[in-house]
Design a protein. Structure first.
Lengths: 215, 215
DNA sequence: CAATATGGATAGTTATGCTCTCCGTTATGG
DNA sequence: CCATAACGGAGAGCATAACTATCCATATTG
């Protein structure tokens, strides 16, 4: 398979494929002569993954690069899954130390309850702490009151998530499934949540379904 | 309160506040003379919301504008909640009609099971369909097998979400809570999910907790 | 062997989200 | 009352990200 076919197969413009090659998001094809190369299905697959992470997951090209590196290293370095997940987590700027301490306390309670483990400086932890501070700063404490209910559901979800990965053949495949499950899975779940919210909203506020006024 | 204080209070640079004013993200202050204005706490609040939607929610300035418009209109137009949620949903480009039909079928099944209602062309629906197509195209059908389990949890989450909004005083406040709950709530929940995944992962793969190798 | 495609490098383009500079007006402290 | 600082508003400028387009010296192919 050469450039034109790779492009057609993946739906990515030739110029963009070249750009991704330059950025190291796509491994170079196998050279057949000093300045010609051949690509295969793994390149098509990789391109689709790149586009999915970018367009659905909203990751930057740089972040996609880190995630892919983690996936590729996973063949040798066990549990690159954590590295991959780290690259997914944005790093917003910090709230006041006081607020952060409050949020950290909340989180510690949840962690103990569910058997999670906190690591200081862990991007996931920083991220959750920051979101909690933001919500409080916005004056929407009513969300935080329900935090433990959210945590319980997150725990249930995670059990499903992990159930999915067991049963996959290779470590590489497990890590990729974890990444896809995290990035696209978050989007998917958020979408389902929105549907369910609409349904619940109708159930609560419009028992006599007035046509045309729903949603 | 004048510009400098508004900026200090909200943590947003003066130049940026002016920019948001120009873009209509922030209503103009009350004029005290032809070219002077006064701001109040509602402006501080609004600025914090804008920054939260942008930095945590990852919304573009334009999307934030639409969401805010919907919140403001909610005082008069009932159920602008749907409009607000629509503005949150990105619109990626389409998969093949064939794939979309398959995804739509899946979704219809879930909807019937949970009493959700589908509207053709609804952005939420389009979005979920697109994500399903992407996952399938990536060859990660193992995620889709668990779709109904995800849906069931999404339904439980939505019940909690809606429970939160009932009990709030004004319609405007309900809509804002719904927006914050959706945008920041998605992030929060995704973070909790990640924690839980790490915990489960440790539980499954490292029953004898080898120190230093976790995550 | 002529037309077309390829790989690789470099430069250009577009969109977004600010940030900077002016400038005439307005507050304000001495 | 006046010097000085701050303000509001408009426009230009800037940085980054993610492509996209152009060249051109080889390769491939009908």
């Amino acid at each position: 398979m050469r450039m034109a076919e790779l492009s057609a197969e993946s739906g990515v413009p030739v110029a963009t494929v070249k750009y991704y090659l330059r950025e190291g998001l796509l491994p170079p094809g196998e050279r057949t002569s000093p300045n010609q190369a051949r690509y295969d299905v793994s390149h098509v697959q990789r391109l689709k993954l790149v586009r999915a992470l970018r367009e659905v997951g909203g990751l930057s090209v740089a972040a996609v690069g880190e995630v892919l590196k983690a996936i590729d290293d996973s063949a040798t370095t066990y549990n690159a899954l954590g590295v991959a997940l780290d690259a997914l987590t944005p790093q917003p700027d910090e709230a006041s130390e006081e607020d952060r301490a409050w949020a950290r306390g909340l989180l510690a309670g949840l962690a103990e309850q569910h058997g999670w483990k906190l690591h200081d400086g862990d991007p996931t932890e920083r991220n959750v702490i920051d979101v909690l501070c933001r919500i409080r700063d916005l004056g929407h404490d009513e969300l935080i009151v329900r935090l433990d209910e959210y945590a319980a559901l997150a725990q249930e979800l995670a059990v499903i998530d992990l159930g999915i990965t067991t049963g996959l053949p290779t470590v590489e495949r497990i890590v990729e499934a974890a990444v896809v499950g995290s990035v696209l899975g978050d989007r998917l779940f958020a979408g389902l949540r929105r549907f369910a919210q609409e349904g619940e909203s109708r159930r609560l506020f419009q028992p006599g379904h007035l046509p045309g006024t729903d949603r």
